[in-house]
Design a protein around this ligand. Structure first.
Ligand code: HEM
Length: 393
């Protein structure tokens, strides 16, 4: 039976909520399975089971009509893997599926480990560094850019551009306005890379151009997909790494436990991803009238799938706001789920594991040398500073 819908006028993208979103999200999650967010005219799903089911059901919750809040941004995203449904989505995603399959990761593992070893040694030697600015905002940018086959020049622009692009998925905020030019510069640069003379042969970018030459996809779709892989491959891992540094420095017993048993590292990373959920949530459009636990959502309604809120739903994760070393939450939704579930999950875990494994033989303890500063991006959970001192072995 349908129930009248529950509304909230909370602005999830306001600086106050972005600074500390989880108490607000917990309150909304308890009101109803689907809450109409009146300020921006969308429905919020925040309970684990509902978010997982909706994320997996592309037929009822389409991405092709928009994964962002604003229509102008959805028009801009059109064509790529992110903003498409099957069969077009699957055709685009298949282009790089060989490169991202587990067996292909074996081929890139050595290079990533080698680079991680250099990064860890260099920063341990320095003794003081910022986990966000000096490592998290540099290392994954170079890993993903090398995998795509991009030139070395101008890489410093990539992360600010990707971060601002993520902010574009939400409403016009002061943050977006302040970072708008970085987004424009980055977005104007991406299409200029669809040029063989700039791309390393055999890498992801060149493979996409091969698909264009073979008539399997159009050039615009290749550029939109290249944008999705580069943008999604950076800011996300940057924020997950920053949060892991902050955890190890704030909770030295967890770093000690990992040093004693390397097997724990993977589950620490999954628990950080559950708690942080760097991509808080994207949007979908209902293709038909939908009932979420009795609440009707009309066809055409915009819905936010809030992965960060779902990952802290006490119905699914007991004591959800607590870091639990032994929880090993492999079913968390930080990478989405189903058709659009993150194709970079394996790479992201590989990058994160390689980096902290490289620190294990070098660092006895990470200590905070100043306050951890939370970032202000309204769509991705980020950190702006994780100042560290290392106690070297
Ligand atoms: C910790 C790191 C990462 C997190 C938290 C993350 C999170 C996500 C999430 C939540 C989605 C689902 C989007 C949706 O359903 O609309 C997604 C999709 C995607 N991710 Fe990741 N991601 C990460 C790393 C990466 C990396 C390293 C790459 C590069 C290979 C990447 C490339 C993509 C792409 C291309 C999509 C779109 C897939 C599709 O629509 O089929 N991500 N990611």
């Amino acid at each position: 039976m349908s129930e009248p819908h529950v509304e909230s006028d909370v602005d999830l993208f306001s600086p106050d909520v972005v600074a500390d979103p989880f108490p607000v999200l917990a309150e909304i999650r308890e009101k109803s399975a689907a809450v109409y967010m009146s300020k921006y005219d969308f429905w919020l799903l925040s309970r684990y089971e509902d978010v997982r089911e909706a994320t997996g059901d592309w037929e009822a919750f389409t991405s092709a009509r928009g994964v962002a809040l604003r229509q102008d941004f959805n028009d801009f995203l059109k064509g790529g893997v992110l903003a498409n449904d099957p069969p077009e989505h699957d055709r685009l995603r298949a282009i790089l599926s060989d490169k991202l399959a587990p067996r292909a990761l074996k081929d890139v593992r050595d290079d990533i480990q080698e680079y991680a070893t250099v990064v860890a040694a260099e920063h341990t030697y320095k003794g003081n560094f910022d986990g966000y600015k000096d490592v998290a905002a540099v290392y994954p940018i170079n890993v993903i850019s090398d995998l795509i086959g991009l030139p070395i020049e101008e890489r410093e622009k990539f992360h600010p551009g990707a971060d601002a692009t993520f902010a574009g998925f939400g409403p016009i905020t002061q943050y977006l306005e302040e970072h708008f030019q970085e987004m424009v510069t980055y977005q104007q640069w991406i299409p200029t890379m669809a040029d063989r003379s700039k791309l390393t042969p055999g890498k992801w970018g060149a493979v996409m151009l091969d698909a264009v030459d073979e008539g399997r996809i159009g050039l615009d779709d290749a550029v939109a997909s290249l944008n999705a892989y580069l943008t999604a491959g950076m800011d996300t891992t940057v924020n997950a790494l920053s949060a892991t540094f902050a955890l190890f420095a704030g909770r030295p017993e967890i770093w000690s436990a990992v040093r004693e048993d390397r097997g724990l590292l993977r589950q620490v990373l999954e628990e950080v991803l559950r708690l942080e959920s760097p991509v808080t949530g994207f949007f979908r459009i209902a293709t038909r009238d939908i009932q979420i636990d009795g609440t009707p959502i009309p066809a055409g309604g915009r819905i936010m799938l809030h992965w960060a809120a779902a990952n802290r739903d006490p119905r699914h994760y007991p004591d959800p706001d607590t870091f639990d070393l032994h929880r090993n939450p492999l079913d968390h939704l930080a990478f989405g789920y189903g058709t659009h579930g993150c194709p970079g999950r394996g790479i992201a875990i590989l990058e994160m594991t390689a980096l902290f494994e490289a620190f294990i033989p070098l660092v006895e303890e990470f200590e905070l040398s100043g306050p951890v500063v939370r970032g202000k991006n309204p769509v991705v959970r980020s950190l702006d500073a994780v100042p560290l001192t290392v106690k070297a072995i």
